[in-house]
Design a protein around this ligand. Structure first.
Ligand code: BEZ
Ligand code: FE
Length: 301
């Protein structure tokens, strides 16, 4: 038996995994092991640092609840969620379909249903805005009866899930497009907000002297029969952190600016933005592409 050294231990670990029947699991675990070992060698990881890392990951797990996913937050702040999203878009996004953005940890299924132009602000108060436009297909034709789900912070930068009673839903809802594919959402102007900073991920972000903010945004999940589900968000261009999102969710094509006096707005006196979302037919192999949260966990509780 040969003693393992800092190089041969990697091959030995990978060799023990060689019989994994699932080829994708084998590929992922082999690669993860090689990269982890290479990382430890590169930074010359000490036992104390290794233990600190284990302690950190343990605390990340302990911070998770049915309403809080600290591991996803860690992935988001490392840019990993964005990376997975971008790679998924490269594989599955078709033509000029609207770009995707992070689902984030605050999505909830079964949000209330609203009619064209109704407000999702059932409790929260603040300055109003309107978002309107069409859901269109690859040829630019309106997609009727598409579901447009929307969720956002209130005018103080808090999601309903962060309020005293997280069972109460506010600032979120579902709309259906009309026969021409039109939608209109009345809401409050969202405020940029800090990611949850009271856990281990926030502690790390502070140690890195990052501000921890996301620019103001409105999340959208758009679905229609036979089309690829679109998870995206629109970002307000005047937010001071528009270029330094802590979770790297902003794309140029998703930045919008509010204006009053837009003729087609259901209420031109209210600051409005017109945005058409283009969705593409779902490919046979395609999965939902909901990167950034596990909504089934929240829905199950
Ligand atoms: C959000 O947009 O809701 C979000 C995304 C990632 C981390 C924290 C919040
Ligand atoms: Fe958000």
């Amino acid at each position: 038996m040969a003693d393992l050294n800092e190089h041969t231990v990697t091959d030995a670990a990978v060799a023990q995994m060689a019989n994994t029947p699932d080829p994708r699991l084998r590929e992922i675990m082999e690669s993860l092991t090689r990269h982890l070992h290479a990382f430890a060698r590169e930074v010359k990881l000490t036992p104390t640092e290794w233990l600190a890392g284990i302690d950190f990951l343990t605390r990340v797990g302990q911070a998770c609840t049915p309403y809080r996913q600290e591991f996803i937050l860690l992935s988001d702040t490392l840019g990993l969620s964005r990376l997975v999203n971008v790679m998924d878009d490269r594989e599955n996004r078709v033509g000029e379909a609207t770009e995707t953005s992070l689902l984030g940890p605050f999505y909830r299924e079964n949000s209330p249903r609203f009619e064209y132009g109704q407000s999702i602000a059932t409790r929260a108060k603040g300055p109003e805005m309107i978002m309107f436009g069409k859901v269109v297909d690859e040829a630019g034709n309106g997609v009727p009866n598409a579901i447009v789900e929307v969720w956002q912070t209130d005018a103080e930068g808090a999601y309903d899930l962060q309020a005293n009673d997280p069972e109460v839903m506010d600032m979120r809802g579902q709309y259906r497009t009309d026969a021409e594919g039109r939608y209109a959402i009345r809401t409050l102007i969202p405020l940029g907000y800090s990611i949850p900073m009271d856990g281990p991920v926030g502690e790390l972000v502070r140690k890195q002297q990052r501000h921890g903010f996301r620019p103001a945004h409105i999340h959208m999940l758009i679905g229609a029969e036979g089309y690829r589900e679109l998870v995206t968000a629109l970002y307000l261009g005047n937010d001071p952190n528009i270029d330094s999102d802590t979770v790297f969710g902003v794309s140029e094509s998703l930045v919008v600016n509010l204006a009053t006096g837009l003729n087609e707005s259901p209420d031109p006196s209210v600051p409005s933005v017109r945005y058409d979302f283009q969705i593409a037919k779902r490919a046979a192999h395609d999965k939902s592409g909901r990167v950034g949260a596990d909504p089934s966990k929240i829905a199950a509780e």
